[in-house]
Design a protein around this ligand. Structure first.
Ligand SMILES: [Mn+2]
Length: 240
């Protein structure tokens, strides 16, 4: 039976080695048995450019998974939106658009990181616009790695969400933004992460059933993921 797994918000950092170990086992045990692994953003706590050798071990694990026959598909998160073509090619994976309507074994689903749904956080949305500006990005990437590391660390300290994995420190989605996303893609299923408010929200949209799945953030002792098969979508925990 075709199986796709979906994860997000691992926030990989050398400060949390247990989460890294959990990912390594998850990729070997669970993901190798799936046809697709979707990573919906914030795989890394920070990404300062594909030329940074810091995460070559994780790239190697993902490349091994690809070689073993599992398709690995990425979306950018707000923390690792600089993941580029060189990273993606090194993993043997594929980068999806910011909003991607994909054909999961359970049926079509709209995949997003979820930060753009947090429309009420105007301060964040303003910062996002600046950070995603192509001039800003090329200027940042032209700086030496050591300087980029300092800038990223400084930004991390100043941003509330950056230092906390608590849902209370991240604004929740805006209901209109959610409805707009469903309409834009004629979707009936939306899967996203970012808010760390893991849930299955079933509701009616234009008189038809719709469902919004929210992926959990990874903890050192627990990796939450969704499994999509022909029988539907189910949430699971992979424990350390
Ligand atoms: Mn995020």
């Amino acid at each position: 039976m075709r199986t796709a797994l979906l994860i997000s918000d691992l926030h990989l950092s050398r400060e949390r080695p247990a989460t890294l170990a959990l990912l390594r086992r998850f990729l070997r045990d669970e993901a190798t048995r799936a046809e697709q692994l979707y990573i919906l953003g914030d795989l890394f706590d920070a990404w300062i450019g594909d030329d940074d050798p810091e995460w070559n071990d994780v790239i190697g694990w993902l490349a091994a998974l690809s070689r073993a026959g599992t398709q690995v598909l990425f979306q950018h998160g707000n923390r690792d939106f600089l993941l580029g073509q060189r990273f993606v090619e090194a993993t043997g994976g594929q980068l999806l658009a910011e909003e991607a309507l994909v054909d999961l074994p359970s049926g079509p689903a709209l995949l997003m990181h979820g930060d753009t749904l947090c429309r009420d956080d105007t301060q964040y949305q303003q910062a996002r616009k600046l950070l995603r500006n192509s001039d800003f990005i090329s200027e940042f990437l032209s700086k030496p790695l050591s300087e980029r590391r300092i800038i990223a660390e400084d930004y991390r300290k100043r941003s509330g969400e950056a230092t906390s994995l608590l849902a209370d420190d991240i604004m929740d989605v805006n209901a209109d933004a959610v409805a707009d996303a469903f309409h834009r893609h004629h979707a009936t299923t939306l899967i996203h992460g970012h808010t760390h408010r893991a849930a299955q929200h079933a509701f009616e949209l234009d008189g038809k059933p719709a469902v919004r799945w929210v992926l959990p953030e990874w903890r050192e002792e627990r990796a939450g993921y969704l499994r999509s098969t022909a029988t539907g979508i189910q949430s699971h925990d992979f424990l350390s």
